[in-house]
Design a protein around this ligand. Structure first.
Ligand code: NI
Length: 169
């Protein structure tokens, strides 16, 4: 099922999402719906708060850089270590049509739980690392515009207001 994607400034995007303590049928259904929603958008990552569910779940396409599909679903993802930094262009399904250069760690060491309840440890770099950092930010109520200079952030907010007034957002 394709879910409705919440757009900035929806307040749910600003909440800190709760840890998942129990993986049940509804968790699995949610994750599958999130994958379907991400693919149809189309997008390369989606966090549960973006579909109105304040839980620590993200889905990502780790092969986006190769224009291929390698979907991963992460529950309670945590970045345990970072290395380097890299600036690249980002967008967000919750701020459609807005893009900016965002500085992120180049490499991350990720810990998460998969859909079977097993603990995973992954090392990611480049675009996959960027996507995961962006999606984990969503779990903490952080949007990519928060990582920009105040000048750039205000310019994007103003642009969105204009688009709302024109019925284009
Ligand atoms: Ni996003």
């Amino acid at each position: 099922m394709i879910l409705d994607i919440k757009k900035f400034p929806d307040p749910i995007l600003r909440q800190k999402a709760s840890e998942v303590t129990n993986i049940d049928e509804s968790t699995l259904t949610l994750m599958n719906n999130m994958v379907e929603t991400m693919m149809s958008a189309p997008g390369v990552g989606l966090a549960a708060p973006q579909v109105g569910i304040s839980q620590r779940i993200i889905v990502v396409n780790l092969a986006a850089a190769q224009q291929e599909v390698n979907i991963q679903q992460f529950i309670n993802p945590q970045i345990v270590e970072v290395e380097g930094s890299e600036t690249d262009e980002e967008g967000c399904l919750s701020l459609p049509g807005e893009f900016a250069l965002v500085k992120r760690a180049e490499k991350i060491f990720l810990k998460a739980i998969n859909d079977k309840g097993e603990e995973l440890k992954l090392e990611l770099e480049g675009l996959p690392a960027r996507i995961v950092q962006h999606e984990i930010d969503h779990l903490d109520g952080i949007l990519f515009i928060d990582r920009l200079s105040i000048y750039k952030r205000e310019a994007i907010k103003k642009h969105i207001k204009k688009r709302v007034a024109a019925g284009e957002y």
